[in-house]
Design a protein around this ligand. Structure first.
Ligand code: NAI
Length: 688
């Protein structure tokens, strides 16, 4: 039978090795579980004294098969396979290399002992998909390492390297060299010593309830709005307080509640949306150009962040500025940021100096003559950008990819400054560029497929989530965000206050309200973008005119205290808002939280529909990826288009029409695509 290839069993005397082989990452799909179950039974029937579970190929196992999620479980479930391991009368050993994640680690926890190759990563990342480990992970891990350490791992979903796992007690031995041979030797040794290794389920959980409950309370505060993290705390608490079987039932009940819930559905949507975004029609079989040397032009906020992102991923970077002092400031900012990471324990001193060694500063653009890729991040000014591209055209290698980080400007006009339009595209990073994972890859009308393929490959190598978008004002993210800002401005003119709007948005799940974010970025940034396009926001412009630029001037929408970061509502802001509204002849009125939320969100959805219709975004799910990874939209809310889809497009259309009527704002009139989909009952997915 072909499917037997999923689990190979090899006998080494009284030790049987079961090798999982479901390439590329050994997900625990149903057929594999069935074969594993049978192989365990067979080994027992044949009188094996020990079983070693090991993965073929790159890793032990990446866990459950995502496509089986949310569907009724088919026997044998992972829990049943693990029960079978527990029932095996002899020793059971998991031999881990690469990754043992999620169900993969739960399977390993179902063994009596675990060994691992140095550098192997283990973790229970389920919480990141809005669920919790559902095959005993929440009951067995605490029995191995104690309740609080287990909670720390399960509630964050973070994986740890084998060395740390050894210290924690998740694994029993590190094995240098041949893992299978080492694991078999470990099993023989244990058998020979006559040592009884208890089943994990039979061990006692270390931990003290009062202290555990304090940790769980702190977790609940940190993860406000999210369902899965507090549920993990409840499950691990059961490990501490009730017998194993009862704890398993608690885990199962929590798992079933979460997996059917809106948050895990949204998180799964984001997971698949990220993968979908990588599929770009027309790039099949197109080989990217190899990129090793990267040039970055401009060492301001973005240029220095972009240089950091590349250097951190091992690229050698040449960073170009206009003048020595600006260059020194840029390099200083880079060093300072990494220094803070070192102080925070996130980066080693050695890694920091390696990274710094990969960045060379210069004031001579001609130093980019060897670069494979150049990212321009100079002032947002067409004249300045065209001048840089004209020079790059002269200097850069003919096959070099030339990218601009422009936020709003036309890619084709920038490309027109060169004699190689096919090599030019947008690589639009988000601030801070070394942190935010989104990169919009902007395709100009002449951008060649190989240029696009190269940009996608490079973005992935630096750990970003690339989304290919079309050329047009603000591309996808900034254009849709602009529609939201516009509602914010209009509501201020109608008498709402920034902190009222922010409170509604943080209540929805955003980490920061849009006005607090504007204070952080600087109100002058938005103002100068609006000036370029002849757009006026009277209230925001009055704030800038009053010198209230945000945190950097001690006051913006909020007033900042001594630490410069904690904002308080400010009467002066209210005065500026009232005066501007009076000047515009607006009569103040009250806004319900529902109106505030709907105007901010549905304005985005409506603009998203226009962006889709114009082909600026290829799919609705691409828009969701943009907001989750570039704008701090909570992933458990799935993104604006997912939100609309779930609320129902007909309901969204009706509410938009109602809001347009109340406010007289034409931009809230339902977009034609939304009207069509709402009328036909189709979703955004089919519109793509
Ligand atoms: P910035 O003003 O902080 O930095 C621009 C830097 O470019 C300055 O240090 C300046 O000295 C340098 N520069 C100007 N002309 C130059 C030339 N000819 N050669 C070499 N260096 C030159 O501006 P920021 O915020 O870094 O923005 C840069 C670009 O990135 C703009 O196009 C902006 O729209 C875009 N962007 C900005 C984001 C933000 O949040 N700040 C986010 C995404 C894109």
């Amino acid at each position: 039978m072909v499917e037997d290839a999923l689990v190979h069993d090899v006998r080494h005397g009284e030790v049987v090795v079961l090798r999982l082989a479901n390439p590329p990452v050994n997900t625990l799909k149903h057929a594999l579980r069935a074969h594993l179950f049978a192989a365990i039974e067979r080994a027992e029937a044949e009188g094996a004294k020990a079983l070693v579970l090991i993965g073929a190929g790159r890793m032990f196992s990446a866990g459950a098969e995502m496509t089986e999620f949310g569907k009724p479980p088919v026997s044998p479930t992972l829990t049943e396979v693990i029960d079978q391991l527990d029932a095996f009368p002899g020793l059971t050993v998991a031999a881990i290399h690469g990754h043992a994640l999620g169900g993969g680690l739960e399977l390993a926890l179902g063994c009596r002992a675990r060994v691992a190759s140095p550098g192997a990563m283990v973790g229970l990342p389920e919480v990141k998909r809005g669920i919790l480990p559902g095959a005993g992970g929440t009951q067995r891990l605490p029995r191995l390492i104690g309740a609080e350490p287990a909670l720390a791992l399960i509630s964050t979903g973070d994986a740890v390297p084998a060395e740390r796992a050894l210290a924690l007690g998740i694994i029993d031995r590190l094995i240098e060299g041949d893992l299978e041979a080492g694991a078999v030797a470990f099993a023989r040794e244990t058998l020979a010593a006559g040592r009884d290794v208890p089943r994990v389920r039979d061990r006692r959980v270390a931990g003290e309830l009062a202290s555990y409950d304090r940790a769980a309370e702190a977790l609940a505060r940190r993860t406000r709005g999210m369902e899965a993290p507090p549920a993990t705390a409840e499950a691990v608490r059961a490990a501490l307080t009730v017998p194993f079987e009862e704890g398993m039932r608690t885990e199962r009940a929590l798992f079933e509640r979460l997996v059917a819930g809106d948050q895990s559905r949204a998180l799964r949507h984001v997971f698949f949306a990220e993968r979908e975004a990588q599929k770009v029609p027309g790039l099949e079989g197109v080989e990217p150009v190899p990129v090793e040397r990267v040039g970055v032009v401009g060492a301001g906020t973005m240029g220095s962040g972009i240089a950091m992102a590349f250097a951190a991923a091992g690229f050698s970077v040449v960073l170009v500025e206009r003048a020595a002092d600006a260059l020194a400031r840029g390099l200083g900012r880079i060093e300072q940021t990494w220094r803070r990471n070192v102080e925070g324990g996130k980066l080693s001193e050695g890694e920091m100096s390696d990274r710094l060694g990969r960045i060379r500063g210069t004031t001579d653009l001609a130093d980019l003559r060897d670069a494979d890729l150049v990212v321009e991040a100079v002032f947002e000014d067409m004249g300045v950008k065209q001048a840089v591209f004209r020079d790059l055209d002269r200097i850069a290698r003919p096959e070099a990819t030339l990218a601009t980080n422009t936020s709003y400007l036309d890619i084709d006009t920038i490309a027109a400054a060169t004699s190689r339009h096919g090599n030019v595209l947008g690589l639009h990073f988000f601030s801070p560029a070394q942190v935010m994972r989104l990169v919009e890859i902007v395709r100009g009308k002449a951008t060649a497929p190989v240029t696009l393929a190269t940009a996608l490959a490079v973005a992935k190598r630096i750990g970003k989530v690339p989304v290919v978008v079309g050329n047009g004002f603000g591309f996808v993210g900034n254009r849709i965000a602009f529609a939201r800002s516009r509602q914010g401005e209009l509501m201020l003119q109608e008498g709402a206050l920034p902190w009222e709007i922010d409170r509604v948005m943080t209540g929805f799940g955003l980490a920061m309200g849009p006005f607090a974010v504007a204070d952080l970025a600087g109100l002058d940034i938005g103002a100068s973008a609006r000036r370029t396009f002849g757009i006026s926001f009277p209230v925001a412009d009055a704030m800038v005119a009053a010198g209230r630029l945000g945190q950097k001037t001690g006051a913006g929408w909020y007033r900042y205290g001594a630490d410069g970061r904690t904002g308080e509502p400010d009467a002066e802001t209210e005065r500026i808002i009232r005066e501007t509204a009076a000047r515009l002849g607006r009569t103040p009125r009250a806004h319900t939280p529902e109106e505030i939320l709907d105007r901010m969100l549905l304005a985005m959805v409506n603009e998203g529909a226009r962006v889709l219709e114009e082909g600026i975004a290829a799919r609705a799910s691409d828009i969701d990826v943009v907001f989750v990874h570039g704008f701090g939209w909570p992933a458990w809310r799935g993104g604006p288009m997912w939100y609309a889809e779930n609320r129902g497009l007909a309901a969204v259309r009706d509410r938009l029409a109602e809001l347009a009527a109340i406010t007289g704002d034409e931009t809230l009139r339902p977009a034609p695509l939304l009207e069509r989909l709402a009328a036909s009952g189709e979703g955004f997915a089919r519109a793509a």
